[in-house]
Design a protein around this ligand. Structure first.
Ligand code: LLP
Length: 463
């Protein structure tokens, strides 16, 4: 379809139905640095670039859809977290947000630790040379084999999530003649202000051992009795995509309360406290995340104050940011396929990916931004819904966004802030192969996770 051949419809923003959007931005060509990776810019021809490489070249070399990751940005965010917390604290990158061997190497080089939550993540971490003692192993239902592999490898800590697991880990450690360092994950009863599926500290959910009713205190009693375990601290993770620090404040207050009770009952001051991850990032220009140094200052002050009040030595703090490190550093590049203007509604823009490379919109009603990146445009704004190619009407990538009204098939559009929980939650729905992850830096691009092929899919189907 040529650019002028669109049928009549809501190509301009004069008809605006109900939706999750504010007024169109003043200039659709501007790539707001709040939501785009740090090296993203437009070149003299108006084509967006990342790491000095333009998106048309990237699309030619790597195809679409694809995730492009700004390596310099990733490293600088990892460093910013490490520097913000300094030498008295440890930053564990949460691998579930996105993990690959290249990422593991970058994290190790930048002095971070790593949180893994499955045998697969553990294998990836170890195969890329992350020292085992810098790894924390999580999960609410670790298998005995996973526990064995973690203990054998010598992971720095296993985060115990249930009464059964206390016994299982102790048993495996004893069998292997080890004393495994562990933390106990507690649920502190905080209602985090985030989507229900990613809130984790209220009591009615599957993670951790509740503080309420004395269950956490009982878990501590049992762990302290077992020779195979060295209880080093208490862990709390209240949820994800959180902007408000008050939930962390309540969590720290309650965890320190437990540390005080442990001291009073057992005469032991546990040396560590982990406050989890969950710090929010900007998906749209309306989001205002905090900088790592502000978060570090706030968390350190909260813990120090609470410990002073409880007359405890301040424990070593650790945190587990995933999204806040990798989320902003990547965007997904798509090619526009079909364009359907619907009268008095919006224009449906179909791309060559969809819910298989970004399930977050369908699953959490997540908001994203989108921009035309293969050129600039002087056309007015058009209210668009970016949808994928899957056989499902919920296959929405960006629910409501403004794109230039002259958008045409073949244009490249990009969705920023897709570094976290997009590739890691990608699926093969409709047998669509998963896109590659390409790191870009200093004018060069490098595939770090290759594109899946139909052959890959057929290889698993053994007939
Ligand atoms: N630590 C623990 C124990 C966690 O369970 C998580 C996330 C993190 C750290 C890292 O949280 P972050 O800093 O990345 O928010 N799939 C959802 C997010 C699920 C998060 C699960 N746990 C999403 O796409 O929003």
């Amino acid at each position: 379809m040529s650019r002028s051949a669109h049928p009549a419809g809501p190509r301009h923003a004069d008809v605006l139905p109900e939706g999750h959007y504010s007024a169109p931005p003043a200039d659709l060509n501007v790539l707001d640095p709040k939501v785009w990776a740090r090296t993203v810019a437009r070149d003299a021809d108006g084509v967006a670039t990342v790491g000095g490489v333009d998106v048309k070249t990237l699309a030619e070399q790597h195809g679409t859809p694809a995730y492009f990751l700004d390596e310099a940005d990733f490293r600088s965010r990892a460093r910013a977290w490490r520097d913000a917390f300094g030498s008295d604290a440890d930053v564990f990158y949460a691998g579930k947000a996105f993990l690959s061997r290249a990422v593991v190497r970058w994290l190790h080089e930048e002095g971070l630790h790593l949180d893994v939550c499955s045998g697969g993540e553990l294998a990836t971490a170890l195969s890329a040379g992350m020292p085992a003692d810098r790894i924390a192993f999580h999960g609410n239902n670790k298998s005995t084999q996973e526990i064995r592999r973690a203990v054998e490898a010598g992971v720095g800590r296993i985060v115990l999530d249930s009464f059964q697991e206390i016994v299982r880990v102790a048993h495996v450690a004893q069998e292997l003649g080890r004393r495994q360092r562990v933390q106990i994950r507690v649920t502190v009863g905080v209602e985090a202000h985030t989507h229900e599926f990613i809130a984790t500290a209220h009591e009615d959910q599957k993670f951790g051992v509740p503080l309420a009713g004395g269950q956490a205190a009982e878990a501590v009693r049992r762990a302290l009795r077992l020779d195979g375990l060295e209880l080093i601290g208490i862990h709390s993770h209240i949820g994800s995509q959180i902007f408000d620090m008050s939930g962390f404040e309540v969590a720290a207050h309650r965890v320190v309360g437990l540390l005080r009770d442990i001291r009073d009952e057992h005469g032991v001051e546990l040396p560590e406290i982990d406050l989890g991850g969950g710090l929010g990032i900007a998906y749209t220009s309306g989001d205002d995340p905090r900088e790592p140094h502000e978060i570090a200052k706030a968390l350190t002050e909260i813990v120090t104050r609470e410990c002073e009040a409880a007359k405890l030595r301040t424990p070593r703090i650790s945190v587990e940011p995933g999204r806040a490190i990798v989320g902003p550093t990547a965007f997904t590049l798509y090619e526009v396929g079909t364009i359907k203007p619907l009268d008095n509604l919006r224009t449906y823009v179909s791309v060559d990916g969809g819910m298989s490379d970004n399930i977050r919109t369908a699953l959490y009603d997540a908001e994203y931004s989108v921009a035309l990146v293969s050129r600039t445009s002087d056309a007015g704004p058009m209210l668009a819904r970016v949808v994928g190619k899957h056989c499902e009407s919920g296959d929405i990538v960006v629910k409501d966004a403004f794109l230039p009204a002259d958008l045409a098939p073949g244009d490249l559009i990009a969705v920023p802030a897709t570094g976290a929980y997009c590739r890691s939650m990608a699926s093969n729905y409709n047998h669509v192969p998963r896109p590659p992850v390409v790191a870009v830096q200093d004018g060069a691009s490098r595939v770090i996770v290759r594109r899946e092929t139909e052959e890959d899919l057929l290889r698993l189907d053994v007939g």
